[in-house]
Design a protein around this ligand. Structure first.
Ligand SMILES: C[S@@+](CC[C@H](N)C(=O)[O-])C[C@H]1O[C@@H](n2cnc3c(N)ncnc32)[C@H](O)[C@@H]1O
Length: 246
């Protein structure tokens, strides 16, 4: 069985995976809201905008879609988007967003600078989760808010089962994210969101799987017509870094 947790944190795998934007863009393209009609990225954007941050840092910004939307909604916000991948940073900067190559464990801002820190679908990739969470509390203002998004163990489990792969258990998931955050923050809340992956045909599904692992693509049994598979995402909101008055 694939050791998801280990593979997702392997630096050379991560660097190769995000050396260009095409794999991430292909994966994002198949997602839509589930039965509750809620788009987790839109919910995240609205949550940031409602906080009216003066300074915000995004970690692992990917192609910069979220950053561009927030900057449009809050033109006076100093929003710094960061990512390990130069290709992701270049794509984000092309949206007119201030973007820098940076490891999540060493963010290029002073202590207490950020009213909001965002890490969307990226904490399962970092080699040392707690070092990154300490870095988040360093850059966050005492009354700041950390928003962390991730997927659950059952995310896309039906598709993975069809290629002989078990649940995508990672080091920061819907199941274990709360406990990890509670080691660093006094208040942590969660919002769970159901999503839906739609594959119009077998070719689209194999192309999706190939962005993760070519062996998975080969293993997908042929199917006729379209298929849909459920996704499961959680948005955590963390406040009051431990050690500060709550
Ligand atoms: C699954 S993508 C998510 C991108 C974006 N947040 C989104 O929601 O579309 C993970 C991103 O995290 C970045 N990343 C992985 N490890 C990182 C690290 N240690 N420091 C900073 N960024 C990292 C990758 O380069 C990639 O752009």
């Amino acid at each position: 069985m694939t050791d998801w947790s280990q593979q997702m944190r392997d630096r050379s795998v991560v660097e190769t995976q995000y050396s260009t934007t095409d794999r991430l863009e292909r994966r994002i393209s198949i997602w839509s809201p589930g039965s509750d009609g809620i788009d987790p990225t839109a919910l995240l954007r609205d949550s940031i905008v409602e906080l009216h941050p003066r300074h915000a840092v995004e970690i692992g910004c990917g192609t910069g879609t979220l950053a561009a939307q927030v900057c449009r909604a809050l033109p006076s916000c100093d929003y710094l988007a960061t990512d390990l991948s130069p290709a992701m940073v270049a794509t984000t900067a092309a949206h007119g967003v201030l973007a820098e190559v940076s490891d999540a464990a060493s963010l290029p801002v002073p202590d207490g600078w950020a009213d909001v820190v965002v890490a969307a679908w990226m904490l399962y990739h970092v080699p040392d989760l707690h070092a990154v969470l300490r870095e988040v509390t360093r850059v966050l203002a005492p009354d700041g808010t950390f928003l962390a998004v991730t997927n659950g163990d059952t995310h896309l489990a039906t598709l993975l089962a069809d290629v002989g792969v078990g649940p995508a258990q990672t080091q920061f998931s819907s199941e274990n994210g709360l406990a990890a955050l509670e080691e660093h923050f006094q208040t942590v809340t969660r919002r769970d969101v159901h999503t839906l992956a739609t594959f119009p045909d077998h070719e689209t599904a194999t192309a999706y799987l190939a962005t993760i692992d070519p062996d998975m693509a080969v293993a997908l049994p042929v199917f006729e017509g379209a298929r849909q598979d459920a996704g499961y995402t959680t948005i955590f909101t963390a406040r009051y870094p431990s050690g500060l008055p709550g």
